[in-house]
Design a protein around this ligand. Structure first.
Ligand SMILES: [Zn+2]
Length: 280
C-alpha cells in the first residue's frame, strides 16, 4: 500500500514537474516570438547585420561597347577585367560568400534608345549603381586595368571610395598586392589613393568600395602577365584575401619593407586614363 502510494505520489510529482517545464518553455517561446515580431523589419535587419557576412559585389569594369583601355598591342581591358572578376567570384563562393556580379558577359543589353557611347555608358553606370545600392550589407570591388602614355609605370594600384571603411579596405588590399606581386626585381611603391571626384560610380554608391587597377596595359611585362590565367587567379586570391583580412578588423597591415637599392618606378600613383565615367 505504502509502495503504491509512494509510486503514485512520485508519478504525480513527475507530472507536475513536466507541466511546469512545459509552461516555462511555452512562456519562453512566446516571449521570444513577441520580441522578434515587435521589432520592425528594419530593426530586425539591424539586429542581425552585425553577425551577417556581407555580400561581395564584383564589378568587371567596362564591357559592351565600352572596351576600356587598349594596350599598344591591341589588348582590350574589358575582357581581362571580366576574367579576373569571374575568378574572384569563384574564390569568394568557394569560401561561402554570397556574391553579385554587375556583369557576367562581354556584351551588355542596352535599351533601344541608347545609341551613342555616352548614352550607353550612362545607362550602364546607372544600372550598376542601382544594383549596388539596392544590395543590403554589401562590399563593392571593381576590377580594372590601368594605362599610361609611357611604358615604364607598372603594378597594381587601389583606389577607394569616400564611403566609411573604404580607405582601410583599400590600404589592406594595396599592401597585400605590393607584398605578393612584382616582388622579384621590380618594386611597386604605390599607395592606395582616394578615387577622383569625376568617377561617377565610385562617388555615388553607399557601401564600402574599392577599385583595383590590377596593372598597366601600357607596360609590356604587365600586359603579358595580366593575360595569363595563373596571374589572374593570383590577383583574385590576393584581392579576396585583403577583403577577408579587412572583415576580420586587421588594419592597418604593416607597410612592406623595401630593399634599400629598390628602383623608384616612374609616375607612382598615376591618374587613370581609361575611366570614362566622367562622361556622365
Ligand atoms: Zn578601366
Amino acid at each position: 500500500m505504502t509502495d503504491k502510494l509512494s509510486f503514485k505520489s512520485r508519478k504525480i510529482r513527475l507530472l507536475i514537474k513536466l507541466a511546469v517545464a512545459l509552461i516555462i518553455l511555452a512562456a519562453a517561446v512566446s516571449f521570444t516570438r513577441y520580441v522578434y515580431l515587435s521589432l520592425r523589419p528594419k530593426n530586425r535587419a539591424a539586429m542581425f547585420s552585425s553577425i551577417a557576412f556581407p555580400t561581395l559585389i564584383i564589378d568587371a569594369g567596362h564591357g559592351g561597347t565600352d572596351g576600356g583601355a587598349v594596350s599598344p598591342n591591341g589588348v582590350v581591358e574589358a575582357g581581362i577585367n571580366l576574367d579576373i572578376a569571374r575568378r574572384l567570384q569563384l574564390v569568394a563562393q568557394f569560401y561561402g560568400f554570397d556574391t553579385v556580379m554587375t556583369r557576367r558577359e562581354a556584351d551588355i543589353a542596352y535599351p533601344q534608345d541608347a545609341k551613342t557611347l555616352r548614352q550607353r555608358k550612362q545607362y550602364d553606370q546607372k544600372t550598376r549603381l542601382k544594383l549596388i545600392n539596392s544590395t543590403p550589407n554589401s562590399v563593392f570591388i571593381s576590377i580594372h586595368q590601368n594605362i599610361y602614355p609611357k611604358a615604364a609605370p607598372f603594378g597594381a594600384q587601389v583606389l577607394y571610395s569616400p564611403t566609411d571603411g573604404s580607405r582601410e579596405l583599400g590600404v589592406t588590399v594595396q599592401e597585400l598586392l605590393k607584398s605578393t606581386l612584382n616582388t622579384d626585381t621590380r618594386t611597386n611603391r604605390r599607395g592606395a589613393v582616394k578615387v577622383q571626384k569625376s568617377i561617377y560610380l565610385m562617388n555615388s554608391l553607399k557601401c564600402k568600395a574599392i577599385l583595383v587597377e590590377c596593372g598597366f596595359l601600357s607596360n609590356p611585362q604587365d600586359e603579358s602577365v595580366l593575360q595569363e590565367a595563373a596571374y589572374q587567379t593570383k590577383l583574385a586570391a590576393i584581392i579576396f584575401s585583403g577583403f577577408c583580412r579587412n572583415l576580420s578588423g586587421k588594419y592597418p597591415v604593416a607597410p612592406v619593407e623595401k630593399p634599400a637599392d629598390a628602383q623608384e618606378p616612374d609616375d607612382q600613383n598615376t591618374p587613370t586614363y581609361h575611366l570614362t565615367e566622367d562622361l556622365l
